[in-house]
Design a protein. Structure first.
Length: 152
């Protein structure tokens, strides 16, 4: 395997890590909306601690390997339109995913303080779920951009 092939494989593995974290977070958002006690929410938040690092590492490595691929490719340049679109979508996924994480981290702090009613209310409110759905939409758009390379 060539250097480019290795970078492509690592880039794809990084993207799979991001997808896995989004699937985990999706399950937690759905389950979290059905929680009714503080004990149940504590379990959900424990599982959520796995997704954050998985997402962060996956996003960072996907970007790094993607840049290396663009620089080493004989077919593409870093300033191609679809690559710039990918950078913008990557930044949006990270930003909105970060807002979503902050929303649920605040709920976790409330749970740690024993404020059951406020935690349940926050988990059942649509705000976090809507942010998560927007993150998924942007992630899918990013995947479509990578697959079809519009304008390449």
């Amino acid at each position: 395997m060539s250097f480019y092939d290795w970078m492509l494989a690592l880039h794809l593995l990084s993207v799979f890590a991001v997808a896995a974290s989004l699937v985990l977070f999706s399950a937690l958002v759905v389950v979290g909306r059905r929680m009714s006690t503080l004990e149940e929410t504590t379990l959900v938040f424990r599982l959520g601690r796995v997704g954050g690092p998985l997402n962060g590492v996956g996003m960072g490595l996907a970007l790094a390997f993607g840049i290396i691929l663009a620089l080493k490719s004989s077919d593409f340049e870093i300033w191609n339109g679809w690559i710039i679109i990918a950078f913008v979508l990557w930044a949006l996924v990270g930003a909105i995913g970060g807002w979503t994480g902050s929303y649920y981290t605040a709920a976790q702090r409330l749970a740690d303080e024993g404020k059951e009613a406020e935690v349940i209310e926050r988990l059942k409110a649509p705000y976090g779920a809507v942010l998560h759905i927007v993150t998924w939409i942007l992630f899918v758009l990013l995947l479509l951009d990578m697959i079809f390379k519009p304008g390449a």
